[in-house]
Design a binder for this molecule. Structure first.
Ligand SMILES: *Cc1c(COP(=O)(O)O)cnc(C)c1O
Length: 358
């Protein structure tokens, strides 16, 4: 079976060497030397000034939202992983869904503007598949209404916009370093702040609000991450360029072979560069996408429906109508992509897909 995705593991010796240090120091959590080294190396690698390593991408989203002074509505994309909308609700805000752009699948700034009310506290937009949102338009909406623009950058390790890391945009951004992402720390996430004051607040909140041993600055949570997770991050960071290069090559190979097919491919934002993490295909109908998944399965190929269903249709969230997101999520599938997927396997996948007409 060719799986849809597969987590990357670094050379065992590299990880073991870092573990030896953990045993020598007997320091396994609470902002240890590996966590600090990981934050430093990650910020150098992505050229980001303020990063905070936390326990998950979802925790990064929640901490980011927790910086809002008041609860209210947060305008967000219905085409994302459920964690985006859940984080909003879990923080006591109301997710308000603004539909997506049909080609790029990122939030439509015009729809965002239509959803602004006096209760709007923030915009939380997802750079879906590492494809940059309409950053300038969202920024000007944020400025006009005096609300922050946050990004769910879960997919954005190695994605760029105008030559800079995509995580560098917005008032804050959240990265996921979960095992299924192209760069991972087993479980984990990163809050990217734009200034030292924001970072200080995030760092306090992720550690129960501790400011010194017996002093608490504000309400916090246990959002820290451990030395073991940082060790995995440090080991994989050394392979990051190789991983990105491979993934981009694999994506380009799919692209070259599918550009003239019956499938619709997503449109990458001008001056944007994705990390090639995902290869979404839009089938002509829901039925066709289901038939394709079944056919591929028979041939030993697993296809995933990233991202389905549209979040605005979930019964525990704020239901509303987003026809574009509902339509796209009903007929989108993602092709297998992982570090050691061979060209031979890609050919097999392409053969199966080409037998099938859209
Ligand atoms: C993976 C993912 C998350 C959640 O990250 P975790 O690290 O799994 O908590 C949030 N948003 C999107 C778009 C994701 O794909």
């Amino acid at each position: 079976m060719i799986p849809a995705t597969k987590p990357y593991l670094p050379e065992r010796e590299k990880y073991d060497a870092l573990l030896n240090g953990i045993w020598e120091r007997n320091w396994i959590t609470n902002h240890g030397p590996l966590v600090r080294e990981f934050e430093k190396k990650l910020s150098d690698h992505l050229d980001l000034e303020h990063v905070s390593f936390v326990s998950s991408g979802t925790m990064a989203l929640e901490l980011m939202l927790k910086t809002l002074p008041e609860n209210g509505e947060v305008i967000t994309s219905p085409f994302s992983y459920v964690a985006t909308a859940n984080a909003i609700s879990w923080q006591g805000h109301t997710p308000v869904f603004a539909d997506i752009l049909p080609g790029k699948l990122t939030i439509d700034p015009q729809k965002v503007r239509e959803k602004i009310t006096s209760d709007t506290r923030a915009i939380l937009a997802t750079h879906i598949y590492g494809n940059a949102c309409e950053i300038e338009d969202l920024e000007s909406i944020g400025k006009e209404f005096n609300i922050p623009v946050f990004y769910d950058g879960a997919h954005c390790f190695g994605s760029k916009y105008i030559g800079k890391s995509l995580l560098n945009y917005g008032d804050m951004a959240a990265l996921s370093t979960h095992a299924t992402k192209i760069f991972h720390t087993v479980n984990g996430g990163v809050v990217v702040s734009q200034n030292a004051a924001q970072k200080t607040k995030i760092d306090l909140m992720r550690n129960f609000g501790h400011n010194g041993l017996n002093n608490f600055e504000e309400i916090g949570i246990n959002g820290k991450n451990s030395e073991f997770h940082a060790a995995m991050g440090l080991a994989i960071l050394e392979d990051a360029e190789m991983l990105l290069e491979k993934r981009k090559k694999q994506s380009a190979y799919y692209f070259k072979n599918l550009i003239d097919s019956n499938f619709e491919l997503i449109q990458i934002k001008n001056e944007g560069e994705t990390n090639g993490s995902y290869f979404p295909l839009i089938c002509r109908s829901k039925q066709k996408s289901e038939d394709l998944i079944a056919l591929a399965n028979e041939a030993g190929i697993e296809l995933r429906r990233y991202f389905n269903p549209a979040l605005n249709t979930l019964k525990f969230l704020n239901q509303s109508s987003c026809p574009v997101a509902e339509d796209i999520s009903a007929r989108i599938i993602c092709l297998p992509l992982y570090h050691d997927l061979s060209q031979l396997e890609q050919d097999k996948i392409l053969n199966e897909i080409k037998k099938f007409h859209g």
